[in-house]
Design a protein. Structure first.
Length: 141
């Protein structure tokens, strides 16, 4: 029996005068394909309800534990947030932006989990590892 997940993902990214809007849009869709993007004054806004490609990249890059830390560090109730570097995202790479803001701005992601719980959803997209190895029952294994 597969579990049902209900999440709302809001993505925002500034677009500076020195940037090409289509490239910033590509940075978002490279990690969140299927996101519905709309142009806003000064940037882009996007929504999606799936993090499958993002979860795959976490495994491919072997950064599940780092991702878990980011998700739980910025958790508020039923929502967790994180920021990604635009240039890395343009290349299809997950690179969390921590500390000083990136000079190109960041892609900000807010994930609101309605079903099941934040913990269960994080366990699905970024399960705890044992010495860097995902658990046997990891659905992306």
């Amino acid at each position: 029996m597969s579990e049902v997940y209900s999440v709302d993902v809001e993505i925002t990214a500034p677009v500076y005068d020195t940037e090409v809007t289509d490239r910033v849009e590509d940075a978002i869709t490279n990690l969140f394909p299927g996101a519905e993007i709309e142009r806003t004054p000064g940037g882009l806004g996007a929504t999606t309800h799936a993090l499958d490609r993002f979860a795959e990249r976490l495994r491919e890059q072997e950064i599940l534990d780092t991702a878990r830390g980011q998700f739980f560090d910025d958790r508020r109730g039923d929502t967790f947030t994180f920021a990604l570097k635009k240039q890395a995202a343009f290349e299809g790479v997950v690179n969390f932006s921590v500390g000083n803001p990136d000079e190109l701005g960041e892609i900000h992601v807010a994930v609101r989990v309605q079903e099941p719980s934040v913990e269960a959803f994080v366990d699905r997209i970024a399960p705890a590892t044992e010495e860097g190895v995902p658990p046997e029952d990891d659905p992306w294994r």
